[in-house]
Design a protein around this ligand. Structure first.
Ligand code: MET
Ligand SMILES: [Zn+2]
Length: 754
């Protein structure tokens, strides 16, 4: 007997309905009741889809208006004091934590945001200090429970596990251990409450278990769970994902969990653990349908996996929440059928689970029509030769060690660059994009629908470039940007202009809150048709006497924010992209661009979860980055940008990137990043983001002065740049202009005293 389960379903909606209603609510265009009613409709629609596909274990509480971690903060009553002090109602407090709050005399920043393991999803970081007194709030769970029951579903309730919650919290006072008793108590109370419901499982999610754990972690984990499991009356599924749980499997299997959920896609080693330690009568939720990638399941392989497991009564599951996938391939009406049949989004993953179950229960599976259909599709992949490019393959093969190095060392380069660029002390700049306002999005949509010509569209883009150059000149920013108006997205744009990619129309995936991204699909060998950024950047440069920074997206970021065909070599793809970018870099240089930024925004986030795999990844990442710019002149200045930079462990690799200037996120992490750079003798120039662009909040001149002063104490003046912590595309014009103005005024005030 087989059953099916999914860990979670994308809540954003088939047409990003959730994004729209939350944004409308935040703009006060709809009321709180409308928001709640509309979001309930979305949930019900999704529950019905799961039901139609006969999923046996349907999850609730995987939904969120903004983020599950934020929901967990509310569930546990772990709301930091400063938000409670705003004295807002529950929902407004919720959004104050998500977005920050600035009104009348009140001014509170949003909670920090971090990448969710190795995905492009972000969670809001809980804060724990001595003021926290947990206080259970079951409202959300109970209302979602009722919705499911109304649809005659006996749900499985998803909750973030206590250990993952603790480990990912920002512990402001004391140690993690100081909070264990409190967290234990509140989870015990939670389980006692859930005991009263008619549910199939409590799905406790502990993805932290797939990271490297030490003895203390194991002791803490056992300490918390022994007592929690003592009070359970409903079955508990310990759900893990994103890797294997080698450090703790042996311990877990002895605990009183009813079921264990294992990722068999990213967690190869889980097989060995099962073989070695057995399953101790637990129900196994086998993650065999990839929740993170959009290629169809190979039923033959899945059946082999299931055979290998040799477990009766298996639950077929997704490898992780389907949150990381677009909604349905059905809406990809412009995609050629030969590609479309190879892709599977969230809804299709449900169908795969259902079909796999049917096939497995069919006596002679090789004669099941769904099995044969699937195998035919898998085989058709081999015939797609249009994605092969032998010339590029050769080029990669012939790369030599010297192709990865700039000729001159940094010390020599920076002298020449300083002389050439002649910038003031503490040069100000931005990270690249300017607000992609409604106006920009409307015109782009028109262009997409062929309602305006390419010429008209370009005219508009040029007018925006003129506007943004004027604006930056007025603000007296030192190194300007062209604003990236021609790009929907920093990765998709490169996908559209390189060979080897497929672009979807509706493949939106939630990145954080209401923000979605549409990752392109790397389907084969990558090459560049023609230069595509030069015309815009050159145009911008011709409008001003100041330097305009050329903007490119780096190879690892392109890979990490794309869906990559599973049978391709990441190293080859990285070098192929790097070579394509190298051509673009050299074309920019040829057309007079002296400062070129190659963003590696996603380099840190895809660092493998286990340390033993870091070296291989970083080696590819660094070499690919260097390859993009190894051939530029010494006086051409190469910048790179990274968001959410937690560099502590990879600082040497960051050095090895050998970029002349790096801009990073710093303001939100209490500038501790800078200490790390210093401790490790980081010798290149740095632009630590002086304000958080993820919030509409406008920092005052004084606030900027404080931050910049702080920075000048920590970083040599000669090496310090002043800039926001990321691109401005998600912001509005008003707050952007005011924030940048304050930033520049503050910088100038400080310059006077240097
Ligand atoms: C997520 S990093 C963003 C970098 C890009 N150049 C931008 O400004 O939007
Ligand atoms: Zn960024």
């Amino acid at each position: 007997m087989y059953k099916t389960s999914v860990i979670g379903f994308p809540r954003i909606g088939e047409n990003r309905e959730l994004k729209k209603i939350v944004e409308n609510f935040l703009k006060k265009e709809i009321t709180k009741n409308e928001l709640l009613k509309e979001s309930s409709n979305i949930r019900k629609k999704h529950l019905n889809i799961l039901k139609e596909n006969s999923i046996d274990y349907i999850t609730i509480n995987d939904f969120s208006l903004y983020d599950n971690f934020l929901d967990t903060i509310c569930l546990l009553g772990a709301i930091p004091k400063r938000y409670n002090e705003l004295e807002l109602d529950e929902l407004d407090t919720y959004f104050a934590m998500a977005k920050g709050y600035q009104k009348n005399d009140k001014d509170v920043k949003a909670l920090a945001m971090k990448k969710w393991f190795n995905t492009n999803y972000h969670y809001l970081v809980p804060e724990l200090d001595k003021n926290i007194s947990f206080n259970l709030n079951l409202k959300k769970i109970l209302s979602e429970y009722k919705e499911a029951k109304d649809l005659e579903i006996t749900p499985k309730i998803s909750i973030i596990g206590p250990y993952t919650f603790l480990k990912l919290s920002n512990i402001k006072e004391g140690d993690l251990e100081d909070y264990i008793n409190d967290i234990k108590e509140i989870y015990i109370e939670l389980i006692q409450n859930l005991n009263k419901l008619d549910i199939s499982y409590i799905q406790i999610e502990e993805p932290i278990l797939v990271t490297d754990l030490n003895n203390k972690d194991i002791i803490n984990f056992e300490n918390i769970y022994k007592e929690i499991l003592n009070v359970k009356e409903k079955k508990i599924l310990l759900q893990t994902y994103f890797g294997d749980i080698r450090d703790i499997y042996e311990n877990i299997i002895k605990l009183d969990f009813d079921a264990i959920g294992l990722d068999l896609i990213d967690g190869e080693y889980n097989f060995e653990l099962i073989e070695k330690y057995g399953i101790n009568n637990k129900e196994i939720f086998a993650g065999i349908v990839n929740g993170k990638n959009i290629f169809i399941n190979d039923y033959k392989k899945s059946i082999e996996i299931i055979d290998r497991l040799g477990i009766e009564n298996l639950v077929l599951s997704s490898s992780c929440s389907l949150l990381h996938l677009p909604f349905t391939i059905k809406n990809e009406t412009s995609l050629d059928e030969k590609y479309k049949i190879l892709l599977s989004f969230a809804v299709e993953k449900l169908i795969e689970l259902r079909e796999l179950k049917n096939i497995l229960e069919f006596e002679d599976f090789e004669n099941h029509n769904k099995y044969n259909e699937n195998q035919k599709k898998i085989k058709s992949k081999q015939n797609l030769t249009e994605f092969l490019n032998n010339e590029v393959k050769e080029k990669v093969k012939n790369l030599k060690e010297e192709d990865f190095y700039r000729k001159e060392k940094f010390d020599e380069r920076i002298k020449l660059q300083k002389k050439y660029l002649n910038l003031p002390k503490l040069p100000t700049t931005t990270i690249g994009s300017f607000p992609q306002t409604l106006e920009v999005r409307k015109i782009r949509n028109k262009y997409r629908k062929n309602e305006i010509t390419k010429n008209k569209y370009n005219e508009f883009i040029y007018s925006k470039i003129e506007e943004v150059i004027k604006l930056q000149e007025n603000l007296e920013i030192d190194v300007l940007v062209h604003g990236e108006f021609e790009r929907t997205d920093m990765v998709e744009y490169f996908g559209e202009n390189f060979e080897g990619f497929l672009i979807t129309k509706n493949g939106w995936v939630q990145s954080y809150g209401t923000r979605c991204v549409k990752p392109p699909v790397i389907f084969g060998d990558i090459s560049r048709k023609d230069s595509f950024t030069v015309e815009y950047i050159k145009y911008a440069q011709e409008l001003t006497n100041k330097y305009v920074k050329g903007m490119l997206t780096g190879p690892i970021t392109i890979i990490n924010w794309s869906f990559v065909r599973e049978d391709l070599s990441i190293r080859d793809i990285a070098y192929q992209i790097a070579l394509a970018l190298q051509d673009e870099v050299l074309d920019l240089e040829k057309s007079g661009i002296k400062v070129i930024q190659i963003d590696e925004a996603a380099l840190r986030e895809k660092l493998p979860l286990r340390k033993e795999n870091w070296k291989e990844y970083l080696d590819i990442a660094i070499k690919a980055f260097r390859l993009t710019n190894s051939k530029v002149k010494a006086d051409t200045q190469i910048h790179t940008h990274m968001c959410y930079s937690e560099f502590k462990d990879i600082i040497n690799e960051i050095k090895e990137l050998d970029a002349d200037v790096i801009t990073i996120e710093a303001a939100k992490s209490d500038l501790s990043m800078i200490d790390i750079l210093n401790e490790n003798n980081y010798d290149k120039e740095v632009g630590p983001g002086v304000y958080d662009i993820h919030s509409p909040r406008i920092p005052s001149v004084e606030e900027f002065e404080t931050v910049i002063n702080e920075l000048t104490k920590k970083i040599e003046i000669e090496k310090l740049w002043i800039n926001p912590d990321c691109g401005l595309k998600t912001r509005g014009n008003k707050e952007t202009i005011e924030s940048l103005r304050n930033m520049v005024v503050a910088t100038k005030n400080i310059r006077k005293n240097l």
